[in-house]
Write a protein that binds this ligand. Structure first.
Ligand SMILES: [Zn+2]
Length: 293
């Protein structure tokens, strides 16, 4: 087979049109699909971590700390726990706890629900669950916005949905950048250490029984690929943490001969060794409807 859909950046309109035609055929015929999703999918869906959306939701934090977007905001060394948790309650609320499924994720579910699917995502915004995907068919190796953990990494994880809602009330939705009620600052109930978001930033990230069980379900789904033809659908996965999706998906495609559809705003190029790969560059909010209509 000719690697007709390989391209060098930027993709020409002709290459893109050919890729969309091919992807449409692959998606229409897919009975089983492994979806891999990265930050680019949530950005396309509306979760822009910078720009106007950031300015509107974090004005007091921009003023007090000079943070420039929600990536740098997460790494800012807040001088107190009261400030750290005021920040994280805001970020978790605007990107996850305070909103419903976004339209692009709903569209994705409408297409996937008629199929045997599994999702692996480095996104932590729980959009797949919100859109209707079965949590038993989702593996989120990097954590999620609704949970916190002991900073030692030794004492499990804890749901923080109610805590963050209470902090948002305390700070009046981030109008103040510091919690006034000290009882709202979470501490580990086992050892008294400060808590952290349950997001993978270093080696102390907690992988509990539920994490390993989800990983096991994901492994089983992948192991069945040689017997059950499966489409690999990679959405918005860049080079931040390629070890979770981008590299394994290429390996699976190479070893099983499975077709791989890679959709990415500007990093869709696929290796020439994958003749069945289809690359579609551009805004996924525009290109996904084009391949499912
Ligand atoms: Zn602890």
């Amino acid at each position: 087979m000719q690697p007709a859909f390989i391209f060098t950046r930027p993709q020409t309109p002709e290459q893109r049109a050919a890729s969309i035609t091919k992807a449409r055929e692959l998606l229409a015929n897919a009975e089983r699909v492994l979806i891999g999703a990265g930050a680019g999918l949530s950005t396309a869906a509306g979760h822009d971590y910078g720009g106007q959306r950031f300015k509107e939701t974090f004005p007091a934090f921009i003023k007090n700390y000079g943070i420039t977007d929600m990536y740098s905001g997460g790494f800012y060394p807040y001088p107190t726990e009261e400030e750290k948790w005021a920040y994280w309650a805001r970020q978790a609320t605007v990107n996850c706890l305070g909103e419903d499924a976004l339209p692009l994720y709903r569209e994705l579910f409408e297409w996937a629900k008629k199929r045997d699917y599994f999702v692996v995502t480095t996104n932590v915004d729980l959009q797949f669950e919100k859109a209707g995907f079965n949590p038993q068919r989702i593996f989120e190796p990097q954590g999620s916005y609704d949970t916190i953990q002991c900073s030692t990494g030794e004492h499990g994880i804890k749901n923080a949905t109610e805590l963050f809602a209470a902090i948002e009330v305390d700070t009046n939705k981030g109008e103040r950048t510091r919690i006034t009620d000290p009882s709202l600052v979470p501490m580990c109930e086992v050892c008294g250490s400060p808590m952290e978001m349950h997001l993978r930033v270093d080696g102390s990230f907690v992988q509990d029984d539920a994490w390993y069980a989800a990983q096991e379900r994901y492994k089983r789904f992948v192991e069945e690929i040689p017997e059950k033809p499966t489409l690999l659908l990679e959405l918005g996965v860049g080079w931040n943490t390629p070890v979770w999706i981008r590299m394994p998906f290429e390996t699976i495609a190479r070893e099983t001969g499975s077709p791989l559809v890679r959709m990415n705003y500007d990093e869709a190029a696929v290796d020439k060794s994958l003749p069945k790969a289809v690359a579609i560059e551009g805004d996924i909010a525009e290109t996904f409807p084009a391949i499912t209509q």
